[in-house]
Each structure stands twice: as C-alpha cells, then as structure tokens.
Design a protein around this ligand. Structure first.
Ligand code: NAP
Length: 389
C-alpha cells in the first residue's frame, strides 16, 4: 500500500526537496496534503503533478486564485483546523513552514501522523515541551531534519544522555566569514547568498548572523535532553562535518555528509525502509583540509545570547525567535542594517521588559502565541529599544 504523506510548507526549499524525493518514487507514496502561504503558481503545479486532494493556502489572495482554479478539491484558507481535514492517519509528515507560524500546525498534526519529521526549528525552540507531550501521547515517531540534529540523532538515538560528554555543532560562518574589507555593505542580497546551502531567505540571514547556531544549540538541548554546558560550536566553512560527538567512554564520532538537505530528508522519509541513497564518494580533499575555527564573539555578537538561555523550557526562547523574526524582516526591507540585527537583539533581550521571561515556564500554546504577537509589535517600532531599557 502507498505511504500517505503531508508536507507543511511544500513551496519552500525543504518542501520542494521533499517532493523531489517523492517524485522519484510515486508508486510508493501518495501526497494527501500540501500547505503554503503565497506561492500559488508553484502550489498549483504541485497539486496537478501529485494529484493532491487537500490543500491549505494561508494568503487570502492566493487562496481565492486556487479556489477558482481547482473546484473539485478541498482547499482551505487556514492552518487552524489542519488536523480536522484529515480523515485517516498519515504515514509521514514533513513540517517545513518557515518561522513561528509552523508551531501550531506541527503540534496539531502530530496526532494524525505516524512519523513527524521536523525541519521547522522555531517550533522545537518555542514549543518543544508541547510537541513532546503530543509525540508521547500519540506514539508518533519524531525525526529531526535540521542537518546537524539529524546527524547527532543518527549517532546517539540509542545512547542515554549520561553517556555523552560533549557535542560540537558546526557552523559554516555564512557569506561574511572571510570578509576582509569591513567597509563592504552587508546587503540583504549578499547576506542571502549562503556559500554552501541553498535555503530560504530567513534561515540564510540567520546563518550569516550565526543566530541559526544559537537556535540549533537550543534545539539540540531540547531534543537530546542535555545540559547547555555539553554543547560547543565550531566554524567549519566547508560544512562537510555536521557534528562531533564525544562520549564518556573516550570515543569521538564525527558525522560527515555532502551539503545536501536531501540526505536528512531522504532518511526521514525512508526511516526503517532500508532504501539506499545515491551518495557520492567520500571527499578526501575535504577530509584532508577540514579547517575548524573557534567562534569570534566580536565577529558574531549573537553568540553571546547563549549565556542567557535558561536550562529549563521557558518563554525566553519564544522571545528570541520572535525578536529575531521581526529584526530579520526589517533587515530584508532595508529598515535596519545587517549589524543592527545582533546589536538590537542583544539590547532588546537585556531590556527590563523582557528579562523576566527567562524564568517564565511554558504552559500552553496560547501563551506562546500571545507573547510572540506582543514581542513582534514591540520590536517593530524600534523606538521600543529606548522605551524598554
Ligand atoms: N532550507 C534549509 O536548508 C533548512 C535547513 C534546516 C532547517 N530548515 C528550517 O526549515 C524551515 C523551512 O525552511 P525553508 O528554507 O524551506 O523556508 P522557505 O524556503 O522560506 O519556505 C517556507 C515555506 O513555508 C511557507 N510559509 C511561510 N510563511 C507562512 C505562513 N505565514 N503561513 C503558512 N505557510 C507559510 C512558505 O509558503 P510560500 O512559499 O507560499 O510563501 C513555504 O512553503 C525553517 O524553519 C528553517 O529554519 C531549513
């Protein structure tokens, strides 16, 4: 029988790569549900190619266009009732909406899928305890798709946290790592141009500021239930090594693969199905020149944020995601400079108004959503920085 799948964020970088894998194996998969925001052109093609009968498109204009075009299929305008439109349990769901918006649908769909593969790091960062509760309740298999977390998960999934001494997560350093001339203006166009990965705009900016690594350490801490002290970051511009795991028994395991997100995506789709990935030969040239560097906090001031993050799940993580989402959007609209993303981030999280969230426990989704709205509003009006000092 064909495996039934859903892709949340099918028009994005991860969503498209997931469909590329499915495209090569249509006889074994049936796409039941796709979701997107604005890109009705691509979504329209995906609906036709994969003969999809359930679609969610959140942007009003795009919704109306698709509704007119596809009269016989179930198209809705909101992710709110994503669980209700599915009449049966799916085999696999890819959660790859970008940003905070991915959290609610991810939590809601867990009960309706046997496997949840999560690329959307914001949902893990803000709502891991809520996600974990649903995963345990409905016995859904969780697979992390972020390449670093997938690599760590592949190696330690059968180890207890006590066996692990240290985990190093690697960072490419982004497009400005080798920048010698400080006078060059770091424009959105340059910042998006990641040296190794083809990704969406938001995550590319986060890679350039290194905020992406701050998020990944939080994500890893939650998924693997380890203390923050066990994590370190090293800059590795070739991105061939994704993680290094040092065990208490003296062994060190280094996980390498090509800079291709299809590897973690493929492995999550074919979990326990024993399918071979057509991988390239080991790249000895890269192995001979791995080149690791410590992170310079002067160059990447966002890294200082790590010292403020509490060990428990708190609303502080939502605060970080929300401020960053807003600041990145402002940078993309040329309202603030690249360097201001990190300076303003540090100012805002240390403000009197927001410091208290380091101690506030996460109880429910409504609380996270309310805080996100409040923080984004405050961050949007940059006068807030002087207001909240
Ligand atoms: N790309 C990577 O290599 C990579 C690696 C690791 C982790 N991740 C994580 O995976 C997630 C997706 O990344 P991406 O690079 O694939 O992002 P992306 O290319 O920007 O795609 C985002 C997807 O989410 C949809 N979307 C955006 N805002 C939405 C909203 N308000 N409501 C509903 N749908 C919305 C987009 O629809 P439209 O296209 O219609 O706007 C698109 O389908 C992110 O959390 C990212 O951090 C990505």
């Amino acid at each position: 029988m064909k495996k039934k799948i859903a892709i949340l964020g099918s028009t994005g970088s991860i969503g498209k790569q997931t469909l590329e894998i499915i495209r090569n194996d249509k006889k074994n998969f049936k796409v039941i549900l796709l979701t997107a925001n604005k890109n009705h052109f691509l979504l329209s093609k995906q609906i036709k190619e994969f003969n999809v009968k359930n679609v969610i498109v959140t942007n009003k204009k795009s919704f109306l266009i698709l509704k007119k075009k596809f009269k016989k299929i179930n198209i809705i305008n909101s992710l709110e009732n994503i669980d209700k439109i599915l009449k049966f349990k799916l085999d696999y769901t890819m959660s790859s909406i970008s940003g905070f918006e991915g959290l609610k649908p991810t939590i809601k769909i867990i009960k309706k899928t046997k496997i949840i593969a999560i690329a959307n790091k914001e949902s893990i960062i803000c709502g891991w305890n809520l996600i974990k509760k649903e995963i345990d309740k409905y016995k859904t298999k969780f697979i992390p798709v972020d390449s670093e977390h997938f690599s760590i998960w592949s190696v330690i999934k059968n180890n207890s946290p006590r066996e692990i001494k240290e985990i190093i997560i690697t960072a490419s350093g982004g497009p400005f790592f080798n920048l010698k001339n400080n006078k060059i203006k770091k424009t959105p166009k340059l910042a998006i141009n990641h040296p190794n990965w083809k990704m969406g705009k938001k995550i590319s900016i986060d890679s350039a500021t290194l905020m992406n690594k701050v998020f990944e350490v939080i994500e890893a801490k939650k998924i693997f239930n380890l203390d923050f002290k066990k994590f370190n970051i090293l800059i590795h511009p070739k991105s061939y090594i994704h993680s290094i795991i040092r065990f208490n028994n003296g062994l060190i395991k280094i996980v390498a693969h090509e800079t291709d997100m299809k590897i973690p995506i493929f492995n999550s789709i074919y979990y326990k199905l024993n399918k071979n990935y057509r991988c390239k030969k080991i790249n000895i040239n890269i192995l001979n020149n791995l080149n690791f560097n410590k992170v310079d906090p002067k160059k990447y001031p966002t890294i200082k944020i790590l010292k403020y993050i509490p060990n428990k799940n708190t609303l502080f993580e939502t605060l970080l995601v929300s401020i960053n989402d807003e600041l990145v959007e402002m940078f993309l609209k040329n309202r603030i400079s690249f360097d201001e993303i990190s300076t303003k981030m540090n100012q805002i999280i240390n403000s009197k108004l927001f410091r208290k969230y380091r101690l506030k426990k996460v109880n429910n989704l409504a609380q996270i959503e309310k805080l996100n709205e409040f923080v984004r509003l405050k961050t949007k009006s940059l006068s807030v920085i002087s207001d909240i000092k």
